[in-house]
Design a protein around this ligand. Structure first.
Ligand code: NAD
Ligand code: LMR
Length: 338
């Protein structure tokens, strides 16, 4: 629309003003699916991030309104909106980090894998655009089923000849955020002081919290371990059921996505010791993808940490997780190769 054209021009003028005033250069970030339940609060939080200089908001609907709204926030990042497939390439060109929360969410009674048929194609198309327009960007994949959409992304980049496994990260941060919250509740502690590794993947039994490795060290009864493991594994379903058909986690997810994106940007900036859990191409197990602690740096994933010592309960959980993950990975790979 004309209004949108004008707004883009306005953003351009605003950017020139910022540069003239010597605003510090930061990173260029695109959000694909920016008008959605996650996309909107994520866009707002990224507009507040001082490491972001340019924020591109892309969706197939409603980006003019979301962009106009967010662009009025008096923070440093310049915001530009992009609407529809024909503007995807402009949205992606020059980006350092691309965050993908595009796709349909669950309704009660569905598994994340039930979203595969719609979301696999969406992630494939978006990654084809990334391979063409910003092949060196870090990509944060939120769209479910993450266990399959990350392998899909990897296959798309392989096909395009731009595959860099260090740059593709499945976002499992929400599992860590939930684990910290639920553990703090059980132990009457401050969740900000707890760091719970969650490994494996991002669906049901593939979500494997390592309660034996929490920092600072905590001890639990077997009953508490089972309660916490189940609650963390079913945190997504808890929200889907409470929302009763209107979607899945959006606000806690936007919070987790920003926490994770900020870690990626601090890594890109060269900060030391940026360590987070993420679902990445990995040799930590015999599977080609696995979530575990990774160190983020200028090159993206610079180090992948081994799982560390597991207790018997966690070892049994790992076997279950690997069995389900293997199928989800294969499904994603076959989708692109077929
Ligand atoms: P939503 O339906 O509210 O928003 C999705 C947005 O994607 C919509 O605005 C839609 O227009 C857009 N979209 C659809 N097709 C697109 C395309 N081809 N290109 C660009 N945008 C497109 O859904 P939501 O609640 O924001 O959830 C989005 C996804 O994130 C779902 O797949 C959900 O399962 C997943 N999710 C993942 C996690 C996680 O921990 N990784 C957590 C919560 C949700
Ligand atoms: C979550 O964990 O909240 C997301 O994966 C959304 C869902 O479907 O549960």
């Amino acid at each position: 629309s004309d209004g949108f054209q004008n707004m883009e021009e306005y953003s351009g003028v605003y950017q020139l003003n910022c540069l003239a005033k010597g605003a510090s250069p930061g990173f260029k970030v695109a959000i694909l699916g920016a008008a959605g339940g996650i996309g909107q609060p994520l866009a707002m939080l990224m507009k507040m991030n001082p490491l972001v200089s340019v924020l591109h908001l892309y969706d197939v609907v409603n980006t003019p309104g979301v962009t106009a709204d967010i662009s009025h926030m008096d923070t440093g990042a310049v915001v530009r909106g992009f609407l529809g497939q024909q503007q995807l390439e402009d949205a992606l060109t020059g980006m350092d980090l691309v965050i993908i929360p595009a796709g349909v969410p669950r309704k009660p009674g569905m598994t994340r894998d039930d979203l595969f048929n719609i979301n696999a194609g969406i992630v494939r198309t978006l990654c084809e655009g990334i391979a063409k327009c910003c092949p060196n960007a870090i990509v944060n994949i939120i769209s479910n089923p993450v266990n399959s959409t990350v392998p899909i992304a990897a296959e798309v980049f392989k096909k395009a000849g731009t595959y860099n496994p260090k740059c593709i990260l499945g976002v499992t941060m929400l599992d860590v955020v939930r684990a910290n919250t639920f553990v703090a509740e059980v132990l009457s502690l401050d969740p900000r002081e707890i760091d719970t590794p969650v490994v494996g993947g991002h669906a049901g039994v593939t979500i494997l919290p390592l309660l034996s490795q929490i920092k600072p060290p905590c001890s639990f009864t077997q009953q508490e371990i089972e309660y916490l493991t189940n609650r963390i594994q079913n945190g997504g379903t808890e929200v889907v059921e409470a929302k009763a058909g209107s979607g899945s986690a959006t606000l806690s997810m936007a919070y987790a996505a920003v926490k994770f994106a900020d870690a990626c940007l601090r890594g890109l900036r060269g900060d030391a010791n940026i360590i987070q859990c993420a679902y990445v191409a990995s040799e930590v197990t015999e599977l080609p993808f696995f979530a575990s602690k990774v160190r983020l740096g200028r090159a993206g994933v610079e180090e992948i940490y081994p799982l560390g010592p597991l207790n018997e309960y966690e070892r049994a959980g790992l076997e279950k997780a690997k069995k389900e993950l293997a199928g989800s990975i294969q499904k994603g790979v076959s989708f692109v190769r077929k």
